[in-house]
Design a protein around this ligand. Sequence first.
Ligand SMILES: *Cc1c(COP(=O)(O)O)cnc(C)c1O
Length: 468
Amino acid sequence: MRYLSTRGGGVPKRFCDILLEGLAEDGGLFLPERYPKVDATTLSSWRTLSYAELAFEILSLYIDDIPAEDLRRLCAQTYRAEVFGGRAEITPLHRLEPGLYLEELSNGPTLAFKDMAMQLLGALFEYELGRRGEQLNILGATSGDTGSAAEYAMRGRAGVNVFMLSPHGRMSAFQQAQMFSLQDANIHNLAVRGVFDDCQDIVKAVSNDLAYKKSRKIGTVNSINWARLLAQVVYYFAGYFQATKSNDERVSFTVPSGNFGNVCAGHVARQMGLPIEQLVVATNENDVLDEFFRTGRYAPRGAAHTHATSSPSMDISKASNFERFIADVMDRDGAQVAARFQGGAFEVDAATMERVHAHYGFASGASSHTDRVATIRACWHKTGRLIDPHTADGLKVAEALRQPDVPMIVLETALPAKFADTLVEATGMQPPRPAHLEGIENLPQRVQVVDADAAQVRAVIDHCLGLG
Ligand SMILES: *Cc1c(COP(=O)(O)O)cnc(C)c1O
């Protein structure tokens, strides 16, 4: 399998080359040259596999530069019940009512679905860097979920350091404790006196200094990484197998969305032949994706027009993975894709939108704070299940759009314990916490506070690398 840029530039690459790279050189995103098709016989034979074995089967269709026995071992070491809340299924399906399910993706170390992919990424990075005898220093900015998922995936791994910037005093006490209580020598927390955008600006400034980036081997783990997306394809298959008895049945998925990474993995699974009826994109008040699927107009917004909501991990107004889907819709016409994504907003015609809905199966809806609080409360009263605000956005939209004869699976993207304030508002109760996280706020913390200044951040990196 070879990988190409959505914008058509550059030469075809192999998996391990794009694993350690971010964007393609022409500014596009990497996509496999084609999606391998899974026939009915293969699909049937996958039904009974463990999650780790299923992951191996799917990944091996896309990865031909890691020996099979190594890839099998990496999958087995990653997708273990001990790492994912003691659940043998790894992503168990929970029935809310007949035909309506939650797929649990949040039983990993940081209680959000990003662990599903990031844990594998950690294993792949360590493997490939070891094979090359190289080092990587991951620099990232986080407002919560991504940073902690990256730190828990990379902690203690050979060849990798993590430098994670977060806005000083602006994460919840629980989120801070999750990250700052890590004592691993390769994890470095930098709390920046500023907001999340300042953190991101610093990452950009440091990464744009190409000489510095090269000499310090700076890399990223952001959501455009193809390996993260590929890892997410697996749980669409796993959810489908749990919801159905035979391959004649179709199911739909609703996906709480921000950067379009999660639902894009569903699109890939559907292109591979998984019998998915609809892929429903659920947004919060930041509804740039819902606007596209309703109107055909994609108009990314700036930070000033991004609302801070009670489902904060979806407060995104420029969906970085959306270009991958549009590349497929445009039949991989790189020039067409480049023309659209190099500009600001764009619009596609009615015939194209017809294909987006009918051929690609996409639908969408949006949710608000009032909706998610009401949905959390109603779900609790009707089913006795507490859900987090992001999952509530998904459930709200799923209930509005589900079709009578098609089972609907809502992806649970975080556990309620991460968002206690909204849960208390909705139900009057503190959400329960997994036992190992009780009292995490009282553990000693490792963090350095720095100014919103790229030079200071560079100095900290150099000091930690023993360079000054
Ligand atoms: C990251 C995240 C999302 C959004 O996922 P995308 O892949 O960016 O669309 C939704 N919910 C939670 C809890 C998240 O952490």
